[in-house]
Design a protein around this ligand. Structure first.
Ligand code: DQA
Length: 155
C-alpha cells in the first residue's frame, strides 16, 4: 500500500494515444463506445467500489510520464491503457516502476490475437496484472482487480 494517508481509495486512470478517438476509430476492433462513456462508466463503478476515479488522456509520451510521476502521494493505484506506447515505451514503463503504486494494465482488444508487434508489452512485467480483449469490460474488470489488490494489501 502506498503512503497516501487518506481513504477512501483514490485511483488514477490513464489513457494513451488515440484513445480520445474511441467511437470513431476502427470500431470493428475497438467498438462504438466513446472515451467519455468509458470514463463515466469508471466513475460510476468507482462510486460502487467506494473509491474516487480521476481520468486523464494524452497522445504524448512525456505528458503521460509526467502524470505518472505526479501520481506519487496523490493516488493509491493506477489503471492504464497506454495504447501503442504499451509496445514501445520504456519511459512509461520506467515511470510506472518509479512510483510505489500498483498498476493494472488494460486493453480493449486482445493484443495477442493481433499483429506480432502488439504481443509484447513493456508494462506487463511491472504490472500486478493485465486484462486484454473484453472491450469496455476490460476497464471495469481492471478497476475491480486494482481495488481488490489494494484492499487485500491493506488487510
Ligand atoms: C489498445 C491496443 C494497442 O495495441 C493499440 O495501439 C491501442 C489500443 C487496446 O486497448 O486494445 O491504441 O491498447
Amino acid at each position: 500500500m502506498s503512503d497516501v494517508p487518506w481513504s477512501p481509495l483514490s485511483i488514477l486512470v490513464l489513457h494513451g494515444p488515440n484513445l480520445n478517438l474511441l467511437g470513431l476509430r476502427e470500431p470493428g476492433i475497438y467498438g462504438s463506445v466513446t472515451l467519455d462513456e468509458i470514463n463515466y462508466l469508471l466513475e460510476q463503478e468507482g462510486q460502487k467500489l467506494h473509491c474516487t476515479v480521476d481520468v486523464f488522456q494524452s497522445n504524448q509520451e512525456g505528458v503521460l510520464v509526467d502524470a505518472i510521476q505526479e501520481s506519487r502521494g496523490k493516488y493509491h493505484g493506477i489503471l492504464i491503457n497506454a495504447g501503442a506506447y504499451t509496445h514501445t515505451s520504456i519511459a512509461i514503463r520506467d515511470a510506472l516502476a518509479a512510483v510505489p503504486l500498483p498498476v493494472v494494465e488494460v486493453h480493449l482488444s486482445n493484443i495477442y490475437q493481433r499483429e506480432p508487434f502488439r504481443h509484447h508489452s513493456y508494462i506487463a512485467a511491472i504490472a500486478v496484472g493485465q486484462i486484454s480483449g473484453f472491450g469496455v469490460e476490460s476497464y471495469r474488470l481492471g478497476l475491480h482487480a486494482l481495488v481488490h489488490t489494494l484492499r487485500k494489501s491493506a488487510q
